[in-house]
Design a protein around this ligand. Structure first.
Ligand SMILES: Nc1ncnc2c1ncn2[C@@H]1O[C@H](COP(=O)(O)OP(=O)(O)O)[C@@H](O)[C@H]1O
Ligand SMILES: O=C(O)C1=C[C@@H](OP(=O)(O)O)[C@@H](O)[C@H](O)C1
Ligand SMILES: [Mg+2]
Length: 194
């Protein structure tokens, strides 16, 4: 990348950081969309603190997500997820990657809408499936037909994710490009709000 591109990229990130004025930036969307990895890159560019709700839950429980599902069950995981997100949204100037089910919760969704700017990282099933197949750390997909499960979740959740302020395609391009797409899309959204 040449220097003028890098400079304008930096300028857009700085403008976004300024326009957000402390409001958290929250990533929502399906498993495999890139919320955790792309979110971390966005935080770096905005010079913000990055948090991931799954990592916060794991830290508090001293267990991995699969262990929590196995030993305590999904309802307890969901309760922890709701609590963790409510707690971290009190912090200013964060980028938060949520777990794929978090925004489905009415209480969490209302809080995110009130306190933050939300971004739906939207990806095609083929991309999602390829990405989630790399690791076996998603308990909801431990089914006889994980692709069909993913498809069912997509159908249930897409109308809900569509309530996010901004939608960005999580394309099959490098994560830095997706991070740049998010920054540009949120900046455009906030400029329109003025
Ligand atoms: N743009 C991308 N191109 C290629 N691989 C990606 C991209 N975004 C994410 N990934 C990979 O997909 C997997 C899932 O990403 P992750 O950030 O954990 O998604 P999420 O948190 O939304 O479930 C990881 O292995 C990550 O490295
Ligand atoms: O979609 C979901 O319900 C889940 C998504 C996961 O997070 P990612 O979306 O970061 O994979 C994790 O919270 C848990 O396995 C449940
Ligand atoms: Mg994640």
């Amino acid at each position: 990348m040449n220097r003028p591109d890098a400079a304008s990229r930096q300028a857009r990130a700085e403008e976004l950081a300024e326009r957000l004025a402390g409001r958290p930036l929250v990533l929502v969307g399906m498993m495999g969309a890139g919320k955790t990895t792309v979110g971390r890159r966005i935080a770096t560019r905005l010079n913000r603190h990055f948090l991931d709700s799954d990592e916060e839950i794991e830290r508090a429980a001293h267990m991995t997500i699969p262990e929590i599902f196995e030993q305590r069950g999904e309802p307890e995981f969901r309760a922890g997820e709701t609590r963790v997100i409510a707690r971290v949204l009190k912090d200013e100037g964060i980028v938060l990657a949520t777990g794929g089910g978090a925004f489905v919760n009415l209480e969490t969704r209302a809080l995110v809408k009130e306190e933050a700017i939300s971004v739906w990282l939207k990806a095609e099933i083929d991309i999602l499936f390829e990405r989630v197949s790399r690791r076996s750390n998603r308990p909801l997909l431990k089914t006889a037909n994980p692709r069909a499960t993913l498809q069912k979740l997509i159908e249930e959740r897409y109308p809900i994710y569509a309530e996010a302020d901004v939608t960005v395609a999580s394309r099959d391009v490098p994560q830095d490009v997706v991070a740049g797409d998010v920054i540009d899309a949120v900046l455009t959204y906030l400029k329109r709000q003025d």
